[in-house]
Design a protein around this ligand. Structure first.
Ligand SMILES: Cc1cc2nc3c(=O)[nH]c(=O)nc-3n(C[C@H](O)[C@H](O)[C@H](O)COP(=O)(O)OP(=O)(O)OC[C@H]3O[C@@H](n4cnc5c(N)ncnc54)[C@H](O)[C@@H]3O)c2cc1C
Ligand code: SF4
Ligand code: SF4
Length: 401
């Protein structure tokens, strides 16, 4: 099949970013198979030897070891030794070919709209790894196999939210935390045209839902009458799904462990933050930067991953789970809890090390924006000045749909 041909022609290559690498030798000393080597100029990874064990990733103090490209032919050791910077992701022959620019343009417009809230142009965090985008398109999708699909909200609630795991098998599908994939629902719309591609945030870390298993997880809410969400939530283990992407080059996890990450979400907006948290747990267990989450749902029974989240230690993630429909209790929304925690939020806002990420339904932006403005007013900060500054510096991100 066409996708298998595309998959077999492509390889994932592990590379080191020469601009950030401090030549400390940790990776070379760590690698169990001698895949890392160096000269006076660079530390590099030999594609012939690297078996993707990932042992070198966590010990690297700069994150420069954590770079990947999809290639038709691997860069040689000699070529890498001569680099001053990483090459950008190549346009890939078969996988990138095809008359589907218009469809990618459509996806770009969806993303632009999702990232536009709070004004200003979206900019990637300075320390984020460089993402691969648009590798698979509607006319040449990657074919994923469903490995798991289970409801993660209580059966007696209105919110039917599923945790879905898709395996890419031998197909190369490199992702970063914060990116999305496209799903092509089968069939046609009322006009007889193929259904639009729907985007879903990746809820797993870059090295997979299960480490090195080449799979991703998604958090999908069944929308009443929704084409793609119903299709996805009804999938059975073993079913095949046409996937496009990956997409997204700005709403990305900062790689620097000193960065404070403030995550504000409702419902399935938690998906990328599950990925961020898992990334921190796996790659930066001793990160000095704070990770704090404000997560709103109607009730604990309707909050995706409520059980597993309880088990995440506060040292890894400070959790504020807030509920708006608990019988007998006042309604509480994420912006209310942010105000209650105003001193903590203000201290984070005052730090140039802080990145804010907001994800969920479109309606949440304005309430969060107003809460941050209030917190700033009370602590001598000027949100009207700070907001565009943080946006421009890649420290304020929104993804709402
Ligand atoms: C960057 C990004 C990331 C996203 N991440 C996630 C995620 O992680 N999880 C998640 O669940 N969602 C996510 N979404 C939303 C997702 O892409 C879909 O929009 C969502 O699942 C609904 O798609 P659907 O096909 O099920 O609904 P659609 O078929 O698009 O329908 C949406 C609504 O419109 C109504 N409708 C459809 N057609 C008609 C019609 N002809 N007349 C009247 N009403 C109609 C439907 O009844 C339904 O209520 C994300 C979106 C973006 C942009
Ligand atoms: S991923 Fe494993 S094999 Fe590859 S360079 Fe790192 S330690 Fe060596
Ligand atoms: S561990 Fe990281 S910083 Fe040190 S040499 Fe390797 S890639 Fe460079």
């Amino acid at each position: 099949m066409a996708h298998d041909m595309a998959a077999s022609a492509l390889k994932k290559q592990h590379l080191i970013d020469p601009e950030i690498c401090i030549r400390c030798n940790t990776c070379e000393a760590t690698c169990p198979v001698g895949a890392v080597t160096h000269d006076d100029n660079n530390y590099v990874v030999d594609a012939e030897k690297c078996n993707f064990c990932l042992d070198c990733i966590a010990p690297c103090p700069t994150g420069s070891i954590d770079n990947w490209r999809v290639v038709e032919q691997a860069y040689s050791v000699d070529a890498q030794l001569g680099w001053n910077e990483l090459p950008t992701q190549q346009e890939l022959g078969e996988a990138a070919a095809g008359p589907s620019q218009a469809i990618d343009g459509e996806v770009e417009r969806i993303l632009e709209s999702a990232h536009a809230g709070l004004g200003g142009k979206a900019v990637a965090p300075a320390s984020a790894a460089k993402p691969t985008v648009n590798l698979y398109r509607r006319d040449r999708p990657a074919i994923a196999t469903v490995q798991g699909n289970f409801r993660i909200t209580a059966a007696d609630t209105e919110s039917d939210i599923h945790h879905i795991v898709l395996s890419f098998g031998s197909t190369v599908f490199p992702v970063l935390e914060g990116q999305s994939i496209g799903v092509v629902p089968p069939g046609a719309n009322a006009q007889g045209k193929p259904h639009d591609i729907r985007l879903y945030s990746i809820a797993s870390a870059r090295d997979g839902e299960k480490r090195n298993a080449n799979n991703v997880s998604l958090t999908i809410k069944r929308v009443e009458g929704g084409v793609a969400s119903s299709y996805m939530c009804d999938l059975k283990v073993g079913d095949k799904v046409e996937v496009t992407g990956p997409y997204g080059a700005t709403f990305l996890m900062p790689n620097d462990p000193e960065i404070n990450i403030v995550m504000i979400c409702t419902g399935t907006g938690s998906a990328p933050f599950r990925a961020f948290t898992e990334r921190r747990r796996r790659a930066m267990p001793g990160a000095s930067g704070k990770a704090i989450m404000f997560f709103g749902a109607r009730s604990p029974q309707e909050l995706p991953y409520f059980g597993p989240l309880q088990k995440v230690p506060n040292s890894l993630l400070e959790k504020h789970l807030v509920f708006s429909r608990i019988p007998g209790a006042d309604k509480e929304y994420v912006q209310d809890r942010m105000r209650t925690e105003g001193k903590v939020v203000a201290a984070l806002l005052a730090s140039p090390q802080t990145h804010i990420f907001i994800c969920g339904l479109k309606g949440m932006e304005s309430g969060v924006d107003e809460a941050i403005a209030d917190i700033c007013r009370k602590s001598g900060l000027d949100w009207s000045r700070l907001k565009p500054e943080m946006r421009g510096q890649g420290r304020l991100h929104v993804e709402t749909y």
